[in-house]
Ligand binder design. Structure first.
Ligand code: PLP
Length: 386
């Protein structure tokens, strides 16, 4: 066999299963994609205008490495107003290239080789690779349908070892749509304190919440100084292509992340940062309109899937549902592959999100209602044909 010059850590990575389905779907006609995790809405108009104006005003240069000062200030004001948690915008917030870079900076800033990070799964596909690439060891703990995919504190407890450095949570969750209960988060806070763990809280879907309250983890008593809060603009503000996110955390952690960011990225795009100021200060109505539309689709898809006979718990956040397909007699990958080939509906096999996703598929409802209706019709025909 030909020698590979790739590092061992890269050779161990696998391509994301989501991309594989997306690539197949892209070659087919008349596809309905419930596969991809991004808003179908175009970025709200005031943000577009602010971005265009920033370009026309000549905002085409590097910004400060930490990010545009005014953006950091409005993020700090927003977190204070919405969740009652205070961050110093000049030392405790860094603007990143999406939540993705925020995850990369976090893993690289805190992990020594062999450090373990507990990750409740199903989870976003990047978590394990980000931890591994930074030299850490991802330790999956399952959440389950019977508990609405809420945190399983006993499983977390059992997974803690002397090498555990952090636990990485994501509520509202991709792919289950779960929103953790405050009770469980308080129990987690207690554990974090007992074992001196950092908590990485990816709250990138915090505004997309339906009928429940989102708990901002660092706002819990005693948690601000042991939490790395990850936020973003991609989902809540329909800004995936603008590539903007942020980390809010104690100053020494942000200063460490700044070093990595400075030598790898330098700055997030300046014009996008300026547009994002408008997202926070001027787009409440737009966020609410999108949230209401997602909420309608959420009800429609949950009802439809349960009616078809694919048990689906009601998710209270993000824009995903996670139906169980094992009752059809097919495993999740065969289900997704056959649904795509036979009925031209793209969903993602749950195993893409960790072992606990086995037996499930992820459907995104960031897709127009008429498309969801048609997709449900096709899924129904497919399930009946089995
Ligand atoms: N975190 C979660 C839970 C996600 O689902 C995603 C994207 O799907 C991200 C982070 C990264 O998003 P972005 O880099 O577009 O901000």
């Amino acid at each position: 066999m030909q020698k590979s010059y790739l590092s061992q850590k890269v050779q161990k990575l696998h391509p994301s299963i989501i991309r594989r389905f997306f690539d197949i779907a892209a070659t087919m006609k008349d596809i309905i994609s419930l596969g991809i995790g991004e808003p179908d809405f175009t970025t709200p108009d005031p943000i577009l205008k602010a971005g265009i104006k920033a370009l026309q005003d000549g905002e085409t240069h590097y910004s400060s490495n930490l990010g545009v000062t005014r953006l950091r200030e409005v993020i700090a004001e927003h977190l204070q107003k919405k969740y009652g948690v205070s961050y110093d915008p000049y030392n405790e917030i860094i603007i990143t290239v999406g939540g993705s870079e925020a995850l990369y900076l976090t893993a690289n800033a805190i992990l020594e080789n062999g450090d373990e990070v507990i990750i409740p799964t199903p989870c976003f596909v990047s978590y394990q690779p980000e931890v591994s690439l930074a030299g850490g060891v991802p330790v999956e703990v399952p959440t389950c349908m019977e508990e609405n995919f809420d945190l399983n504190i006993d499983a977390v407890k059992k997974a803690i070892t002397p090498r555990t450095r952090a636990i990485m949570i994501n509520f509202p969750n991709n792919p289950t749509g779960a929103v953790a209960s405050r009770e469980r988060l308080l129990e987690l806070a207690q554990l974090a304190e007992q074992h001196d763990l950092l908590v990485i809280s990816d709250e990138i879907y915090d505004r997309l919440i339906y009928g429940v309250e989102h708990t901002c983890f660092p706002a819990l008593p005693g948690m601000r100084d042991r939490t790395i809060l990850i936020g973003g603009f991609s989902k809540d503000y329909a800004m995936t292509g603008w590539r903007l996110g942020y980390v809010a955390a104690p100053a020494d952690l942000i200063q460490g992340m700044l070093l990595i960011h400075q030598y790898t990225i330098m700055t997030a795009p300046t014009m996008a940062q300026i547009a994002a100021i408008t997202a926070i200060t001027d787009c409440e109505e737009h966020v609410e309109q999108m949230r209401l539309e997602y909420d309608n689709r959420r009800r429609m898809i949950v009802e439809g899937l349960n009616y078809i006979g694919l048990p689906t718990v009601e998710p209270h956040g993000a824009f995903y549902v996670f139906p169980q397909v094992s009752g059809t007699g097919l495993d999740e990958s065969t289900f997704a592959e056959r649904l795509l080939m036979e009925k031209k509906v793209a969903v993602v096999p749950g195993i893409a999100f960790g072992k606990a996703g086995s037996g499930f598929v992820r459907c995104s409802y960031a897709t127009a209602s008429d498309q969801i209706e048609e997709a449900l019709e096709r899924i129904d025909q497919f399930v009946k044909s089995l």
